[in-house]
Write a new protein. Structure first.
Length: 368
């Protein structure tokens, strides 16, 4: 890789010759401005406002614009006279825990490469010292004409440096947080934890820029025959969340299905999160209410009839007892009635035969 800066790391009295190499690269697709009517390239020309003529690069200098619009010329000699001890040196000023560095300060990343064989020993010494201390080094360095702040850390077997913003360049987040007071319930936090566990970890190598891939396909299609790649359907979401609990539960289910854990498989963390849907809780609550309903029903009926609840609770038992007693009485009465009818029938038969015998008797005596 091509170095962009050569200098040395100042580590106390130890000087380590190094090369500065960009650790990142941009894959974003850039466009040129064109004339839409004929496709001609639009270029910027550096023109002087006073004489309206294009100025070559060799004749272009620097100047500071005042508030009233006047320009104060600044020459390269003026800048060279300024004290800049870190012009060719990365000066380590302190060793601090990595947690003390606010990620908001981190900027561009660079690799520090040992410049030459003599630099290998002090380079390795600094690298191993950083590893054993579990700390990072804060350093000052100059790049592109201005002094900057940096953080040195170990990455594998290489010392990497992150450009840092100065502390006064970090803006305070005033007016950014919600101004309304919001209360978050434990159930919502539990669902959020379940969603985090379900999503689990991800391999950074698997992440890619979908938009850039689609843009490359579009450029290739138009370059070949002017065809337009069909637009992909936009992902659902972005709407107003009405029910936070329902949204969290749906997110957990979707994450489980996406990871193939909808059938009870583990989510990769060793444990599967359990979530009770809202509908299930409502059904459970309905069942509890139904189970309690019979105990309260007699009281409601008693209230409708203006009878105390205790009396109404006892009434079914008394009514059942009276009903059974009445049934037994009816059975016994019907049995007595049947016996009486049989006795009456016998009585009638005996009476009729007696009368017949009395009538027949005189006739026999008369014939005699």
């Amino acid at each position: 890789m091509r170095s962009i800066w050569n200098g040395a790391i100042s580590f106390g009295l130890v000087s380590i010759p190094i090369k500065l190499v960009n650790a990142t690269e941009s894959h974003s697709i850039s466009f040129r401005q064109i004339h839409t009517t004929d496709g001609g390239r639009i270029r910027y020309r550096k023109v002087c406002e006073l004489d309206d003529e294009e100025v070559p690069t060799a004749e272009i200098g620097k100047g500071y614009e005042e508030a009233d619009g006047s320009i104060v010329p600044i020459t390269d000699e003026d800048l060279a006279a300024l004290p800049l001890p870190t012009a060719k040196t990365i000066e380590i000023v302190a060793f601090v825990p990595a947690s003390s560095i606010d990620p908001l300060q981190m900027g561009a990343a660079y690799y520090l490469s040992a410049n030459g064989v003599p630099a290998a020993k002090p380079y390795t010494l600094l690298r191993e010292a950083l590893k054993r201390s579990d700390k990072v080094a804060l350093a000052k360095f100059a790049l592109r004409g201005r002094e900057r702040l940096g953080m040195l850390r170990v990455l594998d077997d290489v010392i990497a440096m992150h450009g840092l913003l100065w502390p006064d360049e970090i803006r305070t987040p005033e007016g950014v947080a919600p101004e309304t007071e919001v209360t978050v319930r434990d159930a919502e936090l539990d669902l959020a934890d379940a969603l985090m566990d379900t999503l689990g970890s991800v391999s950074m190598d698997s992440l890619h820029d979908d938009y850039r891939v689609a843009l490359e396909r579009l450029i290739a299609a138009k370059a070949e025959g002017g065809g337009v790649v069909p637009e992909a359907e936009p992902a659902e979401g972005g709407g107003k969340v009405i029910d936070l609990m329902a949204a969290l539960e749906s997110s957990v289910r979707a994450a489980r299905e996406a990871r193939g854990s909808g059938s009870g498989e583990s989510d990769g963390s060793g444990e599967s999160a359990e979530v009770t849907p809202i509908s299930s809780r409502k059904r459970a609550a309905g069942k509890k209410a139904t189970a309690k309903a019979p105990a309260k029903a007699p009281a409601k009926k008693a209230a409708a009839k203006k009878i105390p609840a205790k009396t109404s609770a006892k009434t079914p038992a008394k009514t059942a007892a009276k009903g059974s007693a009445r049934g037994d009485a009816k059975k016994s009465t019907s049995a007595k009635t049947a016996k009486t009818a049989k006795a009456a029938a016998k009585s009638v038969k005996s009476t009729g035969s007696a009368r017949t015998a009395k009538k027949a008797a005189p006739k026999k005596r008369a014939s005699a």
